[in-house]
Design a protein around this ligand. Structure first.
Ligand SMILES: O=c1ccn([C@@H]2O[C@H](COP(=O)(O)OP(=O)(O)O[C@H]3O[C@@H](CO)[C@H](O)[C@H]3O)[C@@H](O)[C@H]2O)c(=O)[nH]1
Ligand SMILES: [Mn+2]
Length: 354
């Protein structure tokens, strides 16, 4: 059991869990999660009671709470999709967020050790990122690693890390077509590496094992309009990842991917997933070039300013793809308004070097 001295960021980090199920999975995480505050976002029927195992310090929000707290702005929070988790990011008052799905369990590393995914994410966030020059020995700040020969000393200080993207053993986060073609495929490959995603490169951000610095990038972690009443689902985390990456590149912040692993136990239904994803699979062939060509102005010195500029570019450039993007662009602005209403002190803080 960790002592209070070794509980990293105990009072500076919230764990956000979106759920439509019971939370028995927390029993396996108890040794690692119990010291932290949980923010549970209950999706679906608000009259259903979600049982939280004893001994955890938590706050729980259902749809009625979201509507009560945000009023008309609640329209930007998805219903019946894991995208609802971003409400937890908004109501948190902590500097760091870790979000995990309720079908993700403690994984074991090749030595047989239980992986404290939260501790690894915290390490990732507390160490700088290196987006401007790739270190071929991967994360240079780890024990037993460093910058390799030829790495410019002027770049070794790195930049602040905004996001730590973890991976998954057992059920990988495949899209529906891949799941359908490879229904029995399980990820058993433990790759002992953490990498900074280079500046100018996008990546597919998965929301099931994800940590971030809320002060640096929180307002960009909007998981979009998904699920009930929307033409698309299961692109919530992807959308947030693309928005976050272009904003991190603009503000000089870093995103890492790799360790830690969790054990993902539940394969969602590939046919249901196909119905949710299919427009995204088609649209992303236009969405990705859009994000690859996004330019934010030098006046965009805060995440909020970047995000509102991005929303306008979404409206101007993607609405021709589908009227959905008009709605999404408006929801992006509503999200920022709601964020700033709930987080007035952080409103104008400049995050990085534009
Ligand atoms: O309507 C819903 C459905 C689910 N949840 C909660 O969200 C997470 C994820 O649900 P689940 O594990 O069933 O789905 P996956 O397909 O494995 O999810 C991954 O795919 C992406 C979906 O966008 C995302 O990267 C991962 O989450 C669980 O905690 C459910 O309880 C919900 O809140 N509402
Ligand atoms: Mn899952």
């Amino acid at each position: 059991m960790m002592t209070s001295a070794t509980v990293l960021l105990k009072d500076e980090l919230d764990i956000v869990i979106p759920t439509i199920r019971n939370l028995d999975f927390l029993e396996m995480w108890r040794p690692f999660f119990q010291p932290y505050h949980l923010i549970i976002v209950q999706d679906g029927d608000p009259s259903k009671t979600i049982k939280v195992p004893d001994g955890f310090d938590y706050e729980l929000y259902n749809r009625n709470d979201i509507n009560r707290i945000l009023g008309p702005k609640a329209s930007c929070i998805s219903f019946k999709d894991s995208a609802c988790r971003c409400f937890g990011y908004m109501v948190s008052k902590k500097k760091y967020i870790y979000t995990i799905d309720d079908d993700c369990f403690v994984a074991t590393d090749p030595s047989g050790e239980k992986i404290n995914a939260l501790a690894q994410h915290i390490q990732n966030l507390l160490c700088p990122s290196t987006p401007y020059f790739f270190n071929t020995l991967y994360e240079p700040y780890r024990e037993g690693a460093d910058f390799v020969r030829g790495y410019p000393f002027s770049l070794r200080e790195g930049v602040p890390t905004a996001v730590s993207h973890g991976l998954w053993l057992n059920i990988p986060d495949y899209d529906a077509p891949t799941q359908l073609v490879k229904p029995l495929e399980r990820n058993t490959r433990y790759v002992d590496a953490i990498m900074t995603i280079p500046k100018g490169t996008l990546f597919p951000m998965c929301g099931m094992n994800l940590a971030f610095d809320r002060d640096l990038i929180g307002p960009a972690m909007y998981f979009g309009l998904m699920g009930d009443g929307q033409p698309i689902g299961r692109y919530d985390d992807m959308w947030a990842g693309w928005c976050c990456k272009v904003i991190c590149d603009h503000l000089g912040l870093g995103i890492k991917t790799g360790l830690p692993y969790i054990y993902h136990s539940k394969a969602s239904n590939p046919f249901v997933n196909l119905r949710k994803e299919y427009k995204g699979i088609f649209w992303q062939e236009d969405i990705i070039p859009f994000f690859q060509n996004v330019v934010l102005s030098k006046e965009a010195t805060t995440v909020q300013k970047c995000y509102v500029e991005l929303a306008k570019q979404v409206k101007d450039n993607l609405s021709k793809l589908d009227p959905y993007f008009d709605k999404l662009a408006e929801a992006m602005v509503t999200w920022i308004e709601a964020w700033d209403e709930l987080n007035p002190s952080a409103q104008s803080k400049s995050n990085g070097k534009a």
